[in-house]
Structures are given as C-alpha cells and as structure tokens.
Write a protein that binds this ligand. Structure first.
Ligand code: C2O
Ligand code: CU
Ligand code: CU
Length: 503
C-alpha cells in the first residue's frame, strides 16, 4: 500500500511532532496491511471504512445554567489544550469552545459580558429569539474593557443554539480565533421522549482551523471565505471519545467561518436525524449523509450497540476524521427503548401576505447593497407570514441566516433541486448554492431590529448583511416590493404567537 496516499488528511501533519507522526504512520500501515491480507484488492473504500485511530480525547465544555444564577462571560486571549499540546487563541472564560449554557424554556438568562479583547465585540445568541437590546448586533458593541449585561428571556422550544461575537468587520477573525459556544434549550416535550442523555448526549462544535508554528490559531481574511487546514471538535484536534455500546445523541454545530461539512459515519451506517437549528423534527429520518454549512446544527442519534470497532464521524468532502468513537475496554451494552416515531408537532406556516426577494450578489452585497449599519432596509409587520426568496448570482455557497425568527424551507429549485431532511422543521440558516433559489416562509413574533446576512463570515464582514425592522402588525402594511399579497386571514398567527417557532 502506498503510504503517503493512505495517510489521512486530518493527520494535521504540520503540527504533529515527529514521534506522533511516526505513530500515526505506523497505525496507518498496520491497518493497510491487515486490509491487504484480507482482500485481493485494497480499494479506496477499504481505507475509508478503517481509518487510523485519532490521538486526543475529545474535550467537553464546562456546563453552566445562566438562569439559576447570573453568570459572567469574558471573551479574551487564552491558551487551551488543542490535543497533546497547548495552543493559543481567543476563548470565553478561558475555554475553547466557551461554556455550554443549558436552560429550560420559560426562564430568563442573565449573562454579564466583560470584553477582554483589544477590539470592540458583541455576543450574539444565534438561534435565540430575544429582544434587539440583547441580540448582540454590530451596531451595539461592547468597547474593549467595557461590559454589559445580556438579558435573555427564553420563550422557545427545545433546541441547540450557539453564541459568537458579531462586531462589524471583526466577526470573521474573532470567531476563527476561538470565540464560539453552545446554548441548549430544554423543554417538557423533549424530556418526555427519553432520548439519550447524560454521558450519552454529546454536544460537539465542529470547525476547521489553522495554526502557526507556535500553535497560535491564525486567521487570514479571504473574501471568498476562510478555510482552515484541519478539523477541531470541541477545540480538540484528532479527537476520540471512549464509548459504550449504546445509542449516542450528537448535538452538532458547524462553527466554521466558511467550510461546509459532508457528515458521514466510517462504517457507512445511518444517522437517525431527529432535529436541526430550531429543534426537533416532526419525526426521525434515517440518512447516511448530512450536509452541514456554517452556523447550521443537527441533532442525530448514532447507534453503537453492535459496534465491534471504532466508528468515526467523518467529513466526506476532505476525508477528515472529526471524532472517533472508540469502544472503551470492557464496554458495556446499554439498552435503548427506541426512538419514538413522533418527536414533535410542527405547525406549518400558511397564509402568506407578501413575498420579498433577496439576492446574494458578489461577495459583499444583498440586493445590490452593502451593509448599512445605521439604516434598516425595510420593515416587516409582526405576526404576518411572508415568503422570503433567496437567490444568488454566484460565489456560493451562501449560508443565509435570519435573526429574530425561525423559518420553514418550502423549496429549492436549480442546483441541488431538493429540500433535504435536515432542512425540514424550523431553521434559521439555510445553504444557498450557486444556481439555486431557496424559498422559505417566515413570521416574526417580536418587534424590533433584526438582521439577514450571509453566514460565510468573510461575506458577512464584507457587507453581505442587512438590518430590518419588525413593526406592529397591521392589515394594511405599508408599501413593500410585494410580488404577491395573498389575503391571508387576519390574526392567522395568533394561536401560536405566544411561543416562538410555533411550539
Ligand atoms: Cu450567527 Cu447574525 O449570526
Ligand atoms: Cu443569528
Ligand atoms: Cu455568502
């Protein structure tokens, strides 16, 4: 077997020391020889299904409940264990990723942020529907050494959200250098399902990264989007996690600035997809591959009950092993009662009042306009369903994200031409590839100032971002560039308006 071509791309050769490199190379060779002994032809597929072992234990972020007592959150330069070595970057409370916040629906989180960076920053709670004053938008920064309190009323179904800085022109660098954390909301509907919990629920931040010779995270702004050279899972390179023979619930975020992951399991088994950005799907879906763009989340079950060897979560686009799930010695088999065939009820948005079109042009514009931080571009009446249409002239993929509400994807025409299982239910970010037209239905229940932007952070920093207002609900909304104004029933949203995402 040809050794160089059989080395995994995720070996992160640049930052492994020589001994680690040789160990990895030896492991690869052993795997290759074993495969060769058992088969006349060693195919590429054989290598895919028997990746070499990863090197470092997956780190789990500290867990905090900011509704039980107020918590302090400090973004600042820090060192962290990147796996077998100390790296440096930016962390929240010296942690990369930052603390995992878990809260219950119906509570209020209070988080005191002190800016320990040399630049202004904000903290945006991506996926949370919270008032403008706590949304952490670019016009509302915390000065270097300054502080502010974010008050987050949680009125939202169970879901995996996240937080990150959002200062104008600096989001790409602050996120790439390490500032990201997860924010989980729980509710009674989800708890009643008996999904894997405790050690069997693993929240994992996936991203790409680059480091310099001293293992400092690096960032270079490229207008087409910053791509790192290897993968981190919860800030750990070449990560493994010791498991029992059990069903695991993986809560996955792609926090990359620009990279789209193609998630697969090394044993070709299916994921049981149970949720995404806005929480649980109506019912579980089995799929062997998931495309996860920047800022998107998925909630999947992985069944390791009959595993006899490691199963790797892989990015099929690069061949990287993101996390190896390695059977602990003497692994016990844990019974699992099965996943309910109904997870949640998703009330379909209907009765749209008007259509708005957003074209993601070049690498810096929406509808031909650069981001204007002072003037919101349009006003949406609260509690009215609208059809939003996303198109692009190129430079995709554009992960299109909206603050202030989740949406339901209706169609994708052109390009990949379909709505994927992980795009059902409630979403706040959707991938728009070149040649595609994606249509969503959306309804805002909270008045205030919110945003739409590309979540490829270099496009966002470049100006592919727009602020808008959500104003009072009115049957005679002021003139909009309306293509269709279906006369939907007045107050169509009233039955679910009190609970974001339709409950
Ligand atoms: Cu995750 Cu406006 O951002
Ligand atoms: Cu957001
Ligand atoms: Cu973009």
């Amino acid at each position: 077997m040809d050794l160089p071509s059989s080395l995994p791309d995720d070996a992160d050769r640049g930052s492994l020391d020589r001994r680690q490199f040789l160990r990895l190379a030896a492991a690869t060779t052993a795997v290759g020889s074993a495969a060769a002994a058992g088969a006349a032809v060693v195919s590429a597929a054989t290598r895919v299904t028997t990746p070499p072992p990863n090197l470092y234990p997956l780190r789990l972020a500290p867990v905090l409940d900011p509704t039980a007592s107020r918590v302090s959150l400090t973004p600042a330069p820090t060192t962290f264990d990147i796996g077998g070595a100390t790296a440096s970057g930016l962390g929240f409370n010296s942690s990369v990723p930052g603390p995992l916040f878990t809260v219950a629906d119906g509570t209020t989180a209070t988080i005191d942020v002190t800016n320990g960076l040399a630049d202004p920053t904000t903290v945006h709670w991506h996926g949370l529907v919270v008032p403008t004053a706590s949304d952490g938008q670019p016009h509302d920064t915390i000065a270097a050494r300054g502080s502010r309190t974010y008050t987050l009323p949680i009125d939202q179904r169970a879901s995996l959200n996240w937080y990150h800085p959002h200062p104008h022109l600096k989001t790409g660098s602050q996120v790439a250098l390490g500032l990201t954390g997860l924010f989980i909301i729980r509710d009674a509907e989800e708890s009643a399902l008996g999904l894997p919990s405790g050690a069997y629920e693993l929240p994992i931040v996936l991203r790409d990264y680059s480091v310099d010779k001293k293992l400092a995270l690096t960032y270079s702004s490229k207008s087409a989007g910053y791509l790192g050279t290897a993968a981190l899972a919860n800030g750990t390179r070449s990560a493994f996690h010791l498991v029992n023979k059990a069903v695991y619930r993986l809560r996955l975020l792609n926090s990359s600035n620009a990279r789209v992951f193609t998630l697969r399991l090394s044993n070709s088994a299916s994921f049981t997809l149970i949720g995404n950005d806005g929480g649980l799907l109506a019912s579980p879906v089995s799929t062997t591959e998931i495309t996860l763009g920047p800022a998107e989340r998925v909630d999947v079950l992985v069944d390791l009950r009959s595993a006899t060897q490691s199963v790797h979560l892989r990015d099929a686009s690069t061949g990287w092993s993101l996390v190896e799930f390695r059977l602990r010695s003497g692994a016990s088999t844990i019974a699992y009662p099965g996943t309910p065939s109904t997870l949640s009820s998703i009330t379909a948005l209907t009765g749209e009042r008007r259509t708005r079109t957003f074209t993601f042009d070049g690498m810096t514009q929406i509808n031909g306009m650069l981001f204007d931080m002072t003037t919101p571009a349009f006003t949406v009446p609260r509690a009215e369903v609208e059809r939003w249409v996303f198109t692009t002239g190129g430079n995709g993929p554009h992960p299109v994200h909206v603050h202030g509400a989740s949406f339901q994807v209706q169609s994708r025409t052109g390009g990949r031409g379909t709505v994927f299982p992980w795009e059902r239910g409630w979403k706040d970010t959707v991938l728009l590839n070149d040649g595609e037209r994606v249509e969503v239905l959306i309804r805002f229940d909270l008045e205030g100032r919110f945003m739409i932007h590309c979540h490829k952070l270099e496009h966002e920093d470049g100006g592919m971002m727009m602020a808008f207002l959500v104003g009072p609900s009115t049957a005679t909304a002021t003139a909009t560039p309306s293509a269709s104004s279906a006369p939907g029933p007045t107050g169509a949203a009233s039955s679910t308006a009190s609970h974001h995402h339709g409950g």
